[in-house]
Ligand binder design. Structure first.
Ligand SMILES: Nc1ncnc2c1ncn2[C@@H]1O[C@H](COP(=O)(O)OP(=O)(O)OP(=O)(O)O)[C@@H](O)[C@H]1O
Length: 477
C-alpha cells in the first residue's frame, strides 16, 4: 500500500545546502511524521514552485546565493500572504529576526541550536493554518448559505435549518487534521454524519469503524494498536491494529463515552502526539489516520462526575458536531416518512403506499426516544404488516401508545412546560369554555388536520366538525 501523504498540502524546504535539506527532512519525518515535503536548493525556483502548486508552509533559509531569504520572504508575503513562512537562519541575530517578523515570518529559528523548538513551531504553524482555512470556509459558507458538496449529504434526509447549518460546519472542518467529535442521542444519525465527513475528506481512502463500548483496556489497546508476536499468551502472530488499517483514511470510534479512564489516557496520547505502541513493543508508531469519534452520552456531565478526562474532553470539543434529537426537528418527519416508505417498499418488494394525510402530525405528538432509527423501524414494520390498499393510522397509533393510559413514558423535554399539566385561573372555566379550549388545542396540535384532531379528542370527524361550527373555529381540512 502506498503511504498516505502528511500533511495534506506539502511543506516547501528552501536551503542552498543539500545536506541540510536532507537532514531537516529526516528530522521532520521522525518527529512529526511529515512526509509531504518538497526540497528546493535553488532560490530562483521558489516562486515558480509556489505558482505551480498549493503549498502549506515554507521553511526558508536566510543566506542563499541569487535571492536571499529576506527577498523571498517579501515576495511570498506579497503574492501568497496565506502561506506561513518560518525562517531558519545560521545566525543568531536579533535585528535580523525582528526584521523577518516585521516582513511577515511566523517564526525565526537558529538552524543547529533549536531543532526541538522548531518542531513545536512547525506544529503550531500547521494548526494555525488549518484553523484559518476552516474559518475562511465557514465564513464563505455562512455568506453563501450554500453547500459545496450537497451530493454527500443526499442520503441524510432533512429540511431542518439546524441540520443544514451543521452540514455547512461539517464541510468547513471535514479536512481538518484535528479529531471531530459527534454527539447526539442514540439513532439520530451520528454514523451517517461520520461517513459524510469521510466522504468529504478522503473518499478513496479506507473507512474503519470500531465500537469501543464494552472493550476493557486490553481489548481496546489490542483492537486499536495491534500487537507483536508473543505480546501475551496466545499472541502467536503479529496483528495490525485498526489505526494501521485506517492509514490515510478515517478511523471512526463509536461510543467513546464508555471508555475506561486508562483507555482514555491512551486515546488522549494518540490524539495529541499522533503516536501509539503495538502491544508488546516499545517502538513508537505514527498514526496516519484521521479521527472521528462519537458518543450518545453527555460527556460534560461524565466529566463533572470524574468519569471522563477533562483534558480529553477539551481536546475533543475543538471540532464538535451535535445532532439534535428528532423531537427537536419534527419538521423532518414528512421527508423522513417519505424516504423510509420508499426504501421499505423497495426492500419488501411492495408498492409504495400513499403516506396517510396527518401521519406526520400524529407522530409529532410522540417523543421518539430511539430517534430516526425508531421511526425507520416503525415504517418498515407498518409496511410489512400492511395488506389493504390504504395504509391506516392504527399501526402507528399503537406503536406510539396513542390514547393508551399505559403509553410509554416520554422524555421530560418533549413537551413545553405549559403542556405538562393543566393550570386553571382562579375562576374555574365552565364546561363549555373547557370544551372550546380542548378543541382549539387539538386543532393546533394536529396543525389543522381534522381527522387527526378528532382522534386526539376521541370523537368522530363529523362530531368535531359540528363543534367547530358551533364554536365558529375555521375548518382548515
Ligand atoms: N436524516 C436521516 N436520513 C435518513 N436516514 C437516517 C437519518 N438519520 C438517521 N438515519 C438512519 O437511522 C438509523 C440510525 O442512524 P445511525 O446509526 O447513524 O445513528 P447513531 O446516532 O449512530 O446511533 P447509535 O448512537 O445508536 O450508534 C440508520 O439506519 C440511518 O441510516
Amino acid at each position: 500500500m502506498t503511504e498516505a501523504l502528511y500533511p495534506e498540502l506539502p511543506i516547501l524546504l528552501v536551503d542552498d545546502e543539500e545536506a541540510w535539506l536532507r537532514s531537516l527532512a529526516l528530522t521532520l519525518r521522525g518527529a512529526l511524521g511529515i512526509n509531504n515535503l518538497i526540497r528546493c536548493s535553488e532560490s530562483r525556483k521558489v516562486m515558480e514552485i509556489l505558482s505551480e502548486q498549493d503549498i502549506g508552509m515554507v521553511l526558508l533559509d536566510l543566506t542563499m546565493p541569487y535571492l536571499s531569504g529576506e527577498d523571498l520572504l517579501q515576495m511570498i508575503g506579497q503574492e501568497y500572504p496565506e502561506i506561513p513562512v518560518i525562517i531558519l537562519s545560521g545566525l543568531n541575530q536579533l535585528e535580523t529576526a525582528v526584521r523577518c517578523m516585521q516582513l511577515g515570518a511566523v517564526d525565526y529559528y537558529v538552524k543547529t541550536e533549536e531543532k526541538e523548538r522548531l518542531i513545536g513551531g512547525i506544529q503550531r504553524a500547521m494548526a494555525a493554518r488549518s484553523l484559518r482555512q476552516e474559518n475562511r470556509r465557514l465564513k464563505k459558507q455562512v455568506l453563501d448559505g450554500e453547500l459545496e458538496h450537497p451530493e454527500i449529504f443526499a442520503t441524510i434526509h432533512t429540511t431542518s435549518r439546524k441540520m443544514q447549518s451543521l452540514f455547512q460546519y461539517i464541510e468547513a472542518v471535514a479536512t481538518s487534521s484535528e479529531p471531530i467529535l459527534i454527539t447526539g442521542e442514540s439513532g439520530v444519525g451520528k454514523e451517517l454524519i461520520a461517513k459524510a465527513i469521510h466522504q468529504l475528506a478522503r473518499p478513496q481512502a479506507p473507512w474503519v469503524a470500531v465500537n469501543v463500548a464494552g472493550l476493557d483496556d486490553n481489548h481496546f489497546s489490542d483492537t486499536l494498536f495491534g500487537h507483536t508476536r508473543g505480546a501475551f499468551t496466545g499472541a502467536d502472530r503479529e496483528r495490525r491494529g485498526m489505526i494501521e488499517e485506517a492509514t490515510g483514511g478515517t478511523l471512526f470510534l463509536d461510543e467513546i463515552g464508555d471508555l475506561s479512564l486508562v483507555s482514555q489516557v491512551k486515546l488522549l496520547r494518540l490524539l495529541q502526539e499522533g503516536e501509539y505502541f503495538h502491544l508488546g513493543s516499545d517502538v513508537p508508531c505514527k498514526a496516519r489516520a484521521s479521527f472521528v469519534l462519537a458518543t450518545n452520552v453527555d460527556l460534560e456531565a461524565l466529566q463533572n462526575k470524574g468519569a471522563f478526562r477533562r483534558d480529553l474532553y477539551y481536546r475533543l470539543k475543538a471540532h464538535h458536531v451535535h445532532i439534535p434529537s428528532l423531537r427537536e426537528r419534527l419538521e423532518d418527519l414528512p421527508v423522513l416518512l417519505d424516504a423510509f416508505f420508499d426504501e421499505a417498499a423497495r426492500t419488501l418488494n411492495k408498492k409504495k403506499p400513499a403516506v396517510p394525510h396527518g401521519l406526520a402530525e400524529l407522530l409529532s405528538t410522540y417523543a421518539f426516544p430511539g430517534n430516526v432509527r425508531e421511526l425507520r423501524a416503525m415504517v418498515f414494520n407498518a409496511l410489512s404488516l400492511h395488506k389493504s390498499h390504504k395504509l391506516s393510522f392504527d399501526y402507528f397509533k399503537q406503536a406510539i401508545g396513542f390514547g393508551q393510559t399505559d403509553a410509554p413514558p416520554q422524555p421530560e423535554s418533549t413537551a413545553p412546560e405549559e403542556e405538562t399539566g393543566v393550570a386553571f385561573p382562579n375562576r374555574l372555566p365552565t364546561l363549555d369554555e373547557l370544551g372550546e379550549l380542548v378543541v382549539t388545542e387539538a386543532m393546533r396540535r394536529a396543525k389543522g388536520n381534522q381527522t387527526l384532531a378528532a382522534s386526539f379528542l376521541g370523537i368522530t370527524r363529523q362530531g368535531l366538525s359540528k363543534r367547530l361550527k358551533k364554536l365558529q373555529v375555521p375548518e382548515e381540512s
